[in-house]
Design a protein around this ligand. Sequence first.
Ligand code: AGP
Length: 609
Amino acid sequence: MCGIVGYLGSQEASPIIIEGLRRLEYRGYDSAGICTLDGSTTSISRAEGKLINLENILRETPAIGSRGIGHTRWATHGKPNEINAHPHKAGNIIVVHNGIIENYLSLKKQLQQQGHKFNSETDTEIIAHLVDEHFNECGDFEKSVRLALAEVRGAYAVAILCSDEPDKLIAAKLGSPLVIGQGEGEYFVASDIPAMLSHTREMIFLEDGEFAVFTPSKMSISDLAGNLLEKQSKTITWSPLMAEKGGYKHFMLKEIYEQPRAIADTIAGRLQSDEGDIYLEDLGLTQEQLAGLDKIFIIACGTSWHAGLVGKFYIEKLARIPVEIDIASEFRYRDPIITENSLTLLISQSGETADTLAALHEAKGKGGKVVCICNVVDSSISRASDGVVYTHAGPEIGVASTKAFTTQLVALYQLALKLGRACGKLTADECRNHVEALLALPRKIEETIELDSEIEKIAREYVNARDFLYLGRGNQYPIALEGALKLKEISYIHAEGYPAGEMKHGPIALIDENLPVVVLVPRNATYEKVVSNMEEVCARGGKVIAIASGEESELEGKVEALIKVPETTEDLLPILTSIPMQLLAYHIAVFKGTDVDQPRNLAKSVTVE
Ligand code: AGP
């Protein structure tokens, strides 16, 4: 999974491309590269590691020209080193690519027999050689790219230059995201919106099989066979500032602090007060279809899966529809029983996660209806679904998901209310009461975020812990899992989330004075049970950090640290208790000095299976 950027216009391409790549580093950051054309003079620079290494090279050896392509890489084929960094060049053809070419070995063999010499271990280099091979035969850049792409199998988003036709930039997509930005006499192409936001808000989202050709005077979009297509641009309302750090030390912290706004935006405009119902614009299902559902499958990965676990509580409680929840990479290998009255609900921040997308195709193939909860408009998952409930978190850049998670919980709650109304399990008044609690949530999130410095002090005490245990029960159990995931992914401390009541069946053996145990113990139906579980930890010397709610005093003196979130309904408490989980992990990671926004081995959207 990688990020690509292309530019053709009258400005110097290099600074525009580098800025775009910086905004795409969340997609991968193990190497980066750029190619610019100044007439037929080609400048290519590539560097292992983060973008800053490439920038240092460009300071010494600038890339000149007003056409260019760039790439930030997350390795799939070949080591993350300079040789494997994009762009890849064969003859006069230069390519950047995001995706995987599945038949690259057979194509490589064929090209080698035709005399092509390969420099890298990547699948991408095949594309450059294939285009070059065709170009040598027909002498037409555009035709050569079309012929080459018809031969590759797999996924690609590509931007391609040819030094023999320097006034042309070609981009195409199949299975990997690609967006076009239209400026005044200039064109941009990139894997994602933030890469171009400071230049234009007019964007066109390419579909699979589409092919764009840019010249200084025009742009044309066609299918691979060359049939011209009419595409409408969309005006993106995200401001460039939304995609930047806005003065915070890390994107993650900024995104934690953005939650009151993100949640308010996700709530906005969805309450139909007169009917006591929820309006979900793009849901794509009629009232009758909703009322006829007899099963819901929730499918997602990582943090989005944790949101799904909470969603199961919401839907089963409010709509009384049975919910099965699956990790996306497992779902399609168990031959799930999907009927026409079942709904498959995918949850994905990026809308590009390969496992979730594959599960979507599995569900569709079996004839069920598919709806997604997604943060990225027009992403692959949202486009392939029958309906979408968008979260309005705005771009999430930090690899650790924060505001996407809490807005997913809000969207799940809204969907559960909508289902509850459609199935006749909720009255209009009941629905209004639930929404009232939801409307009060942004302010309560603000109050919870005000605990930041208190949580930072607690974090300092635990920087040297080797392991952490997180305990929760009922709808707080998924928050325990999420707290543990946050901590391990950014601080590299081993952490486990466990159902509090299950602790006595094994993990209790781990408890001693060196093990910090985060216990989610807000005032809810299982409060007393969880307090007993917590006492069991204290009795064995475990260091308890309790996350409680309201004016809690019963726990004072019993625990090492007590964090109190405001009171809200039992359903919405998981949204509030998520915040201390995020802040605790964040501060521990900062004290440890890890790379919070781009933790090792991870990338923001996992577009490989
Ligand atoms: C969360 O902090 C993770 N980085 C990761 O688990 C993520 O939630 C997962 O990869 C799913 O991504 P998606 O929501 O974009 O599909």
